[in-house]
Structures are given as structure tokens and as C-alpha cells.
Design a protein around this ligand. Structure first.
Ligand code: ZN
Length: 215
């Protein structure tokens, strides 16, 4: 039984993914000081959320579900599939353990060489654009069981780690687009932000209204 089946069997429910314009996506998240049962449950629900979204993601950071804590989940690899011949040490180590939750992840080394690849994000539905990032990074993080991982990651994994850690610092991939590429997606971003503001306004209005909310 896969981890995902196990989580579903326990009734872990997916969470709503916040979209661009929600303030939680722009906050710097707090370090995890202790792995509580609540944190484990959050990690499990984030894993289910990654797989059960309309477009399956390859990773998710806690701020995307409204929790500003330094927790990410990674699902860049199918644990059943053997790694490619050029797989990095990180892909070899972490790929078979995916989906994997990591706490307090940080990049302690960035390669000088960079590469550009299209990115997307569950918090920016239907927005894509090329982001230039270091091709290899050394990740340091802890698992929920207290194991400290320090390993060099490249490929999709290396990119995903940088993308998810950006979320913990309030950064979205569109912030890293070149000006001309950001101009292409600017109308989509404006529409997402308008929608988020409307939803927040409705939520605040409901919270301040007297009596129980009607929906
Ligand atoms: Zn993202």
C-alpha cells in the first residue's frame, strides 16, 4: 500500500490551496520547533492535496494551505520508477521516499551554473513561465522523524526545492520571471489577485456580520 493510499484510508482530506493575492502567501514562515501530532496531520493532508488537485502538483508548501510554518512536501518522483542514469544524489536518496515531508528546509549551497525551465504553481492556476535558477543546490532539512538530510539535488527535484523554499519566504515563482515574461502573465495575475481580494472581503464581511454566517 502506498503512503497516499494509507493517508486516504485514514481519511486525510485535501485542503483548499490559496491562490495568489492571499496574504499568507506573502508572509515569511516560522521555523518548526517541534513535530507535533498536528504537524504530522498537516503534512499528511498536504500530501493528499498535492495529488488530488485538478492539476497534480510536484510539491506544496504550508503557506499555500494557509499555515505559515516551514514545512514542505515533495512529490517530484514516482517511488516505483527507477531513477535515471544522470540522477543526482538527492534524487537517488529522496526519490524512493516520496511523497516526502520536510521541515525547516534550507539551501546551503547554490551552483554557479543556472538553467531556465517553465514553472507552474498550485497557487497560480494556469500561469506558467520560464524561471532561471541554480541547476544544483545542497539541501539541508529534517524529516518528521528527526532525520537530518544534507544532500545535493539537481533536475526537477533541485528546482522544486528552491520553488517550495521560496514559498516559505513569501516569494512566488512569478517574482523571478524576467520583466518581459512577467508582462505576458500580468493580466492573469491581476485577475487572480482581484478574485482573492473579493473572497477575502466576503469572508471578512461574513465574520463581522451579526448572527451565524449563511454559507
Ligand atoms: Zn508553488
Amino acid at each position: 500500500m502506498s503512503l497516499l493510499d494509507l493517508l486516504r484510508g485514514r481519511g486525510a482530506r485535501r485542503m483548499r490551496v490559496l491562490t495568489c493575492g492571499h496574504p499568507a502567501l506573502r508572509r515569511r514562515s516560522e521555523a518548526v520547533s517541534a513535530v507535533t501530532p498536528e504537524l504530522r496531520e498537516l503534512a499528511g493532508r498536504m500530501v493528499v492535496t498535492v495529488f488530488e488537485n485538478e492539476t497534480a502538483g510536484v510539491g506544496l508548501a504550508a503557506p499555500q494551505v494557509g499555515v505559515n510554518t516551514r514545512l514542505i512536501v515533495l512529490a517530484t518522483h514516482d517511488p516505483e520508477e527507477p531513477p535515471g542514469l544522470t540522477a543526482s544524489a538527492g534524487e537517488l536518496l529522496l526519490g524512493p521516499r516520496m511523497p516526502l515531508a520536510l521541515i525547516n528546509p534550507e539551501v546551503i549551497w547554490f551552483s554557479p551554473e543556472t538553467e531556465s525551465r517553465d514553472e507552474g504553481c498550485l497557487s497560480l492556476p494556469e500561469v506558467n513561465g520560464p524561471v532561471e535558477r541554480p541547476a544544483r543546490v545542497v539541501l539541508r532539512a529534517s524529516t518528521l522523524d528527526g532525520e537530518v538530510i544534507q544532500v545535493e539535488c539537481a533536475g526537477l527535484l533541485g528546482r522544486c526545492i528552491q520553488h517550495e523554499i521560496d514559498h516559505l519566504d513569501g516569494i512566488l515563482f512569478v517574482d523571478r520571471l524576467r520583466d518581459e515574461d512577467r508582462a505576458v502573465v500580468a493580466p492573469q495575475l491581476a485577475a487572480l489577485e482581484r478574485r482573492a481580494r473579493r473572497q477575502l472581503g466576503l469572508a471578512e464581511a461574513a465574520a463581522s456580520a451579526e448572527g451565524p454566517p449563511s454559507a
